[in-house]
Design a protein around this ligand. Structure first.
Ligand SMILES: Nc1nc2c(ncn2[C@@H]2O[C@H](COP(=O)(O)OP(=O)(O)OP(=O)(O)O)[C@@H](O)[C@H]2O)c(=O)[nH]1
Ligand SMILES: [Mg+2]
Length: 195
């Protein structure tokens, strides 16, 4: 085998890998106990846990999805980085943000301060140079209709202030919009990479 044959083999291999495998790193952030872990669990394992077990540092899950875009089918591996919302883990965020392709920025529809804090979380993203990434704002626990505290006009206002295009209301308990949430962020990244 000549040198040039070897090079060609290598080229084909790299190309195949690139075409066959797309991986998007998505970070999921927001205040403690808003349901970040629960949303991911519902999406990946179709399960819901009633007890609150705070995430320690970060938890990473993988889930493949298929999307159609511009008449082509794409197989995408979502790598979901579930960041702990508790303040004692904030110092680690900078490292976890590294190489992210998209962001899910969440709050709990039944607790107003978690909604106000999306502003602080967004500041953290800006500080770390992630503000221009595809981003979806998530209002979770939509099943708790009676306990809802955050009204839609307020959410729209915040969304506009932070220049976030998409907003989705989810329930990790009944599964409403959970699949749509992860598909939307993946679609936004795909559209950005393949305009
Ligand atoms: N009713 C209802 N409860 C939910 C929903 N999502 C999460 N919960 C509950 O809220 C609590 C917190 O959920 P987690 O998913 O652990 O919250 P988290 O955002 O990952 O919290 P940290 O890991 O501390 O940042 C748990 O008791 C869940 O059962 C939801 O959509 N509806
Ligand atoms: Mg968690």
């Amino acid at each position: 085998m000549t040198d040039s044959d070897e090079n060609n083999d290598e080229k084909i291999y790299v190309q195949e890998r690139e075409e066959g495998e797309i991986t998007y790193k998505i970070i999921v952030i927001g205040d403690p106990a808003i349901g970040k872990t629960s949303l991911i669990r519902k999406f990946v394992e179709f399960q819901f846990e009633k007890d609150y077990i705070p995430t320690v540092g970060v938890s990473i899950s993988k889930q493949p999805i298929e999307l159609e875009h511009g008449g082509k089918k794409y197989k995408i591996n979502l790598m979901l980085w579930d960041l702990a919302g508790q303040p004692q883990f904030f110092l680690l965020h900078k490292v976890y943000f590294n190489g992210a392709n998209g962001v899910l920025l969440g709050f709990d529809l039944t607790r107003t301060h978690t909604y106000s804090n999306t502003k602080e979380w967004h500041k953290e993203l800006v500080k770390n140079g992630l503000a221009s990434l595809p981003m979806v704002m998530v209002g979770n626990k939509s099943d708790l209709v009676e306990d809802r505290k955050v009204a839609k006009p307020h959410i729209d206002y915040m969304r506009e202030q932070l220049s976030i295009h998409d907003y989705i209301e989810t329930s990790a308990l009944d599964g409403r919009n959970v699949k749509e949430l992860f598909e939307t962020i993946a679609r936004r990244i795909l559209e950005k990479n393949h305009p």
